[in-house]
Design a binder for this molecule. Structure first.
Ligand code: 13P
Length: 397
């Protein structure tokens, strides 16, 4: 796959429909030129006309010492965050909080991408600048959450599936116009509820369709099958489920002709369930997680950007640091929401006079994770707040 795609990036012959693999009827994008490489076995490999740009965007996001700030909480979830500091869930309060985040001075030194909720992508800061422009000035690539959330999956064991494929290609085209260059789709797999073969297949297929559609619009898809922390199971069970999930995800990504060099992954770290009595050390989490990645993730993929999933800020940073103690085939980094924002939100508390202090705490976390990406985090001088776990049973994003 890696060599076929590499050739594909160099040459771009335009082919006519008759050259498609027999029996396949792939859609010809209306505004794009489809570029193909014919392999010796007569198969064709297809990429969006944005192939070069996708590869470049993914590499920029996966750049040394940087990771992603996930600030794409839906309005409902953002409301819960605001409620925790006694603020009402109004558009003005969401705007004030997100202005604080995107305009933290020097954030781009540690943060390469920011995932936004649709409202923020089209919103201005409190001083009237477009949020997207502020990010770009900070050298941060704007991204967009494109899934429409989770709903119960009929026929399963109380599991869920992720909505949002209908009309997705028009939305991704519009998001690109608005300045987004990457996308996120979060689906979940529950260990205590199964996972059933149906739920895993549905999660993998949805992610693959979304990834293909996003690439067609020039957005680098972040592929996120979150294996939830919920449960009493041990780390071996998480490892087993993760192997199955990632095998299926890559099977369908390949089936959908997704360009691996133009995607990013957002896995959960391999840990014991949150209610398991045995806890794992950062070294154990790193060993299991890297073993999983080596077994399942092709080196063509440029970046692995972990979610924090309810770990404390310090735990998420220590675990990332442990994974970067020796070179990896991929950029191993972070795409945290809770583990970057928690102390920042509390420090702000909705008060204008605390904006600077809150931005400073965001920078502390961003810098700590930047060091962890480079394998140089020591864990010294961390606050008690940063050590508090944030696991919420049945968490929805
Ligand atoms: P957490 O880091 O809070 O788990 O967020 C994950 C996520 O999907 C945000 O985009």
């Amino acid at each position: 796959m890696a060599s076929a795609s590499a050739t594909l990036l160099k040459s771009s012959p335009i082919i006519d429909k008759s050259e498609w693999i027999k029996g396949q009827n792939l859609r010809q994008p209306s505004v794009c030129v489809v570029r193909c490489h014919r392999t010796s076995v007569g198969l064709t490999v297809r990429a969006s006309s944005y192939a070069d740009e996708l590869v470049k965007t993914a590499k920029t996001i996966a750049s040394p010492g940087r990771g992603i700030l996930a600030m794409d909480e839906s309005n409902a979830t953002c409301g819960k965050r605001l409620d925790s500091i006694g603020l009402e869930n109004t558009e003005a309060n969401r705007q004030a909080y997100r202005t604080l985040l995107v305009s933290a001075p020097g954030l781009g030194e540690y943060i390469s991408g920011a995932i936004l909720f649709e409202e923020t992508l089209y919103q201005s800061t409190v001083d009237g600048k477009k949020m997207v422009d502020v990010l770009v000035e900070q050298n941060i690539v704007p991204g967009i959450k494109v899934d429409k959330g989770l709903v119960p999956l009929p026929g399963s064991n109380n599991e869920s599936w992720c909505q949002g494929l209908d009309g997705l290609s028009s939305r991704t085209a519009a998001y690109y116009q608005q300045g987004a260059r990457f996308a996120k789709w979060r689906t979940v797999v529950s260990i205590p509820n199964g996972p059933s073969a149906l739920a895993v297949k549905e999660a993998a297929w949805g992610l693959a369709r979304y990834a293909a559609i996003s690439q067609d619009s020039g957005l680098v898809p972040i592929v996120e099958p979150e294996i939830l922390l919920d449960g009493e199971h041990g780390i071996d069970r998480t490892f087993e489920v993760a192997q199955k999930v990632w095998a299926e995800v890559f099977f369908y990504l390949a089936e959908n002709n997704v360009l691996f060099e133009g995607i990013l992954l957002k896995p959960s770290m391999v840990t014991p369930g949150a209610e398991c009595k045995d806890k794992a050390t950062p070294q154990q989490v790193a060993d299991y997680t890297l073993k999983l990645l080596h077994r399942r993730i092709p080196p063509a993929v440029p970046g692995i950007m972990f979610l924090s999933g309810g770990q404390s800020e310090v735990e998420a940073t220590l675990n990332l640091n442990a994974m970067n103690q020796s070179p990896n085939p991929w950029h191993v980094s972070f795409s945290y929401a809770r583990a970057l924002q928690n102390t920042c939100l509390k420090t702000w508390g909705g008060r204008p006079e605390n904006v600077k202090a809150a931005q400073d705490t965001l920078l502390v976390r961003a810098k700590a994770n930047s060091l962890a990406q480079l394998g140089k985090y020591t864990g010294e001088g961390e606050s008690e707040e940063a050590k508090k776990g944030m696991f919420v049973k049945g968490y929805v994003y």
